[in-house]
Design a protein around this ligand. Structure first.
Ligand code: ADP
Ligand code: MG
Length: 620
């Protein structure tokens, strides 16, 4: 009993579309906020009742909708944002599909009230009406959505408790607020004021939304490569959390989730963060809109990059450099490291970002690229000024100048600097050693106070970095296998291995096709030749398939080096002379990532005289 083919009614079409776009109150809210931003709003007010299930009202002071277009705005596939395929390919607005309002109107009661600059009063289009009626209202648009899914019990069933839905709404608002610091935002829930973020610059907004802690533990990012720019703040490894809830990625001002870029961030942290610890970060990627496809997900939460492999590399490189630098040195225990931490544990080498020149620069930063910044279709020529690291820090990134090769590190702790004069301590970030505590810690005095160093952890990092550096300088030497290892990988992976042949060779890995679906591993990096070759090759291929490149071999190699470093590093309970201690401090100052041991724990701590004075209540 087949039914004749017939076009679906408009409402049903919208309801089907709503199935993809509108999942819960937060998705309605996201669409309304996108629209307000696209309209150039400078102030947005959000009112929610019952977690947004009963009522969502978004009021903006944007351009408004002319009276004769109100009914159109509510229609399927009606938009003012694009008109051609070319425009779609270079779209810079958050919306462009013209289906949000129609979808919402098909699953809830939607009232549109709007006034443009040329009209003496607002016009309102209520549910079911086709003609707008005069209404009170300031310049801008007010959209009210009542009783979400009231008439669609099947969808309503999936809604959670009001508090949960409200939390999701707040999450959406925060994500939007972070990318649009110049827009003032007020939030009410059940008529109670919940949030008020005045218009500010990006550091100010990050501070307001993410908190002072985040900023204090933040390492600014400002990188550029060709037409791509990466800005934002990543946090020190010691600030990592158990949940991945503080990771924000924006592409041209649009909040998105992206597997490839998230993986890149993860990889950049790989060397300083072990286990399932999750770093907190916020990153804004700005690139030519023509090189990113935003039309791959109905709710526009994902994008597709034309050159994802290159972007992946760019992100890894930019973040690794920042994490290797002095700004990432951890001088205080992480949030849940368990030990009590003086909140004043400022760092000599890390001026606390409370420093006004860092957190609140005099010149306001332009908005992150996005809707309210219409001109921003081109990436910035210069990176945002605020985000530059403050001043060149004393603990600079020198190449270790060790001429005798890395073996020297196994005769560790030579006196590389003969200075013992006390005054010299003033210029050394980690100061001069005073002595050893219980054979575990080195106590040192620097210009501002006391430095405590975990000597094993610190030395382990020094040895590890040095081993890595020596090996990085030479290409990975390949070792031919006497008996090739044949693995069944499937046809896709065989094709992949052929496509990436050059890349693989560069990694010291030689794979040859062996009949359909099988590969022979003929050569592997010499250093890894004793390991599990099959899983090595599979790991690399899996990375290539997913991310277009692989750091698998480097990771394996580094794991090996880390073990070597741990055994090569000076053991706790070994007596050191003052000269040896000072030599270690100097090596730390020259070593990248010396602020954390290989497991992401801090290697040193600093208490300023001021902190100590407070402890002893001096001068109070
Ligand atoms: P899209 O945003 O994809 O264009 P929507 O259904 O969200 O589709 O909105 C349809 C149209 O309604 C938009 O193109 C815009 O012209 C207009 N509009 C919606 N919300 C607003 C608003 N807050 N201010 C001004 N115009 C709006
Ligand atoms: Mg929209």
């Amino acid at each position: 009993m087949s039914r004749p083919i017939a076009p679906l009614p408009d409402t049903l079409i919208s309801q089907i579309a709503a199935g993809e776009v509108i999942e819960r109150p937060a998705s309605v809210l996201r669409e309304l906020l996108d629209n307000a931003l696209d309209a150039g709003a400078q102030a947005i007010e959000v009112r929610l009742d019952g977690g947004g299930i009963r009522r969502i009202v978004v009021t903006d002071d944007g351009a408004g909708i002319p009276r004769d277009q109100l009914a159109l705005a509510r229609q399927q596939h009606a938009t003012s944002k694009i008109g051609s395929l070319t425009e779609l390919e270079s779209v810079t607005t958050l919306g462009f599909r013209g289906e949000a309002l129609a979808s919402i109107a098909s699953v809830a009661q939607l009232t549109l009230t709007s006034r443009t600059a040329t009209e003496p009063h607002a016009w309102q289009l209520a549910p079911g009406q086709t003609q707008p009626e005069p209404a009170a209202g300031a310049l801008g648009t007010r959209i009210e959505v009542l009783q979400l899914f009231d008439e669609i019990p099947a969808r309503r069933k999936f809604l959670r408790a009001e508090a949960t839905e409200y939390a999701h709404c707040l999450d959406v608002i925060e994500r939007m607020a972070l990318a649009h610091p110049g827009v003032a935002i007020r939030v009410f829930h059940n008529d109670r004021a919940q949030r008020h973020w005045p218009a500010t610059d990006l550091p100010g907004r990050l501070h307001d939304v993410l908190g002072a802690d985040f900023m204090q533990q933040g390492v600014p990012i400002a990188a550029e490569q060709g037409l791509v720019a990466l800005d934002g703040v990543i946090t020190r490894p010691t600030f990592a959390r158990n949940r991945a809830d503080r990771q924000y990625l924006y592409v041209n001002g649009r909040h998105v989730r992206d597997r490839i870029l998230s993986h890149a961030v993860r990889q950049a942290y790989a060397d300083v963060l072990h286990g399932d610890r999750q770093p907190a970060w916020i990153l804004f990627l700005t690139l030519d809109p023509n090189t990113v496809d935003v039309n791959v997900h109905p709710a526009k939460q994902e994008v597709r990059f034309r050159e994802s492999g290159a972007l992946h590399r760019f992100v890894v490189q930019s973040l690794s450099a920042a994490l290797a630098g002095p700004g990432a040195a951890a001088g205080q225990a992480g949030e849940d490291a368990g030990n009590q931490r003086p909140d004043t544990a400022g760092l000599a080498v890390n001026p606390p970002p409370a420093d006004p020149s860092v957190a609140h620069p005099p010149t306001p930063r332009p908005l992150a690229p996005g809707a309210s910044e219409r001109g921003a279709t081109q990436p910035r020529a210069t990176p945002a000024p605020w985000i530059r690291p403050p001043v060149q820090q004393p603990m600079a990134l020198h190449e270790p100048t060790d001429p005798d090769g890395w073996q020297k590190l196994y005769r560790p702790l030579e006196n590389t600097q003969a200075t013992t004069a006390h005054e010299a301590a003033t210029d050394l970030p980690l100061g001069m050693a005073l002595g050893q505590l219980h054979g575990i810690y080195i106590l040192a005095q620097n210009r501002d106070g006391l430095v405590v160093v975990d000597m094993h952890a610190a030395h382990e990092r020094i040895v590890y970095e040095s081993l890595k550096q020596k090996l990085d300088e030479a290409p990975l030497a390949a070792q031919e296998l006497l008996v090739p290892v044949v693995i069944a990988v499937g046809e896709v992976a065989v094709a992949l291995a052929q496509e990436y042949q050059a890349t693989l060779q560069g990694l010291g890995l030689r794979l040859a096709a062996m009949g359909p679906g099988s590969l022979a591993v003929r050569a592997v990096p010499a250093l890894l030749a004793d390991g599990d070759i099959e899983s090595l090759a599979r790991g690399v291929l899996a990375d290539l398939a997913q991310y277009g490149q692989s750091a698998h071999l480097t990771e394996q190699r580094n794991a090996l080096l880390a073990t070597m470093a741990c055994h090569g590093a000076v053991r706790a309970h070994r007596r050191l002379t003052l000269e040896e201690m000072n030599a270690l401090l100097r090596q730390m100052e020259r070593t990248e990532r010396a602020g954390q041991c290989n497991h992401g724990r801090p290697t040193w701590f600093h208490w300023s005289l001021g902190d100590l004075d407070k402890r002893f209540m001096r001068g109070q």
